[in-house]
Design a binder for this molecule. Sequence first.
Ligand code: PMP
Length: 304
Amino acid sequence: MHNFLPTAYFQGKFVPFIDANISIATHALHYGTGAFGGLRGIPDPADANQILLFRLERHCRRLSNSAKFLHFDLPADKIEHVIVDFVKQNRPTKSFYIRPFVYTSDLGIAPRLHNIEKDFFVYGLELGDYLSPDGIACRISSWTRQEDRSFPLRGKISGAYIASALAKTEAVASGFDEALLMNSQGKVCEASGMNVFIVRDGKLITPGSDQDILEGITRDSVVTLAKHLGIDVIERPIDKSELLIADEVFLSGTAAKVTPVKRVENYTLPTERPITEKLREKLTAITENRDSEFSDWVYKISLA
Ligand code: PMP
């Protein structure tokens, strides 16, 4: 069971989390016509009266774009204001995750996006490591990632997550920690809720945004940091066989941060991971407000 933060934003106001409930007839529950965000925050290790949110503005912009696919005009700055107030209301004391959600909130049937009410809520939970930071085993999924021509993959649409759920459960049921999905071209795409990177001959390679990936904000951070550190970054399609013989493989995501992969199927990867570690250390320092170079990625909320 999760430790949910005590206050949620629901139907336009702050209410106790346990009172923020929806009807069984809620439209989005039936048709997957919702979209969500997910961002992390921590109490500032150097100042107990300050909360640090990682790339708040980017997360709000992505959710606002996701809302457009639901024909819902929800400006990023409105989301941002609500999230800042949400944090002030909750005063979290541990590492936490915020889940803002937009959805067709009317009651009743018929899949559509016109003539239907939409709403927006926010709740949060305490969240430590989502995957083992020591490394995980990945299975190549028998499920294929959706294609952008049949699904707006640049939105974090709730209905899309049936593929992630099937893939994750298949992986765990067969003794792995996480799944890697291929795209419809048979190229490496992403994990159930993380983007994927490989290292070959000192170069960092990740599928480009034309490969049916979700445009992850951690992915963008990793690419930016790698370039800043002088590491060559190549965005291109990745073959399955490259995964198996890579020097390093890691996953990136808000929940997963940078998680090393120690095995793909029955191929064990090297335990030395210099580039993964360098990027992970840099990213951790930034999120903890210990790095002046990328301090604009950290939104600071004073609780004093
Ligand atoms: N792919 C999918 C399918 C995801 O759900 C996520 C998590 N949001 C990611 C990638 C990673 O994105 P981000 O770094 O923005 O969390």
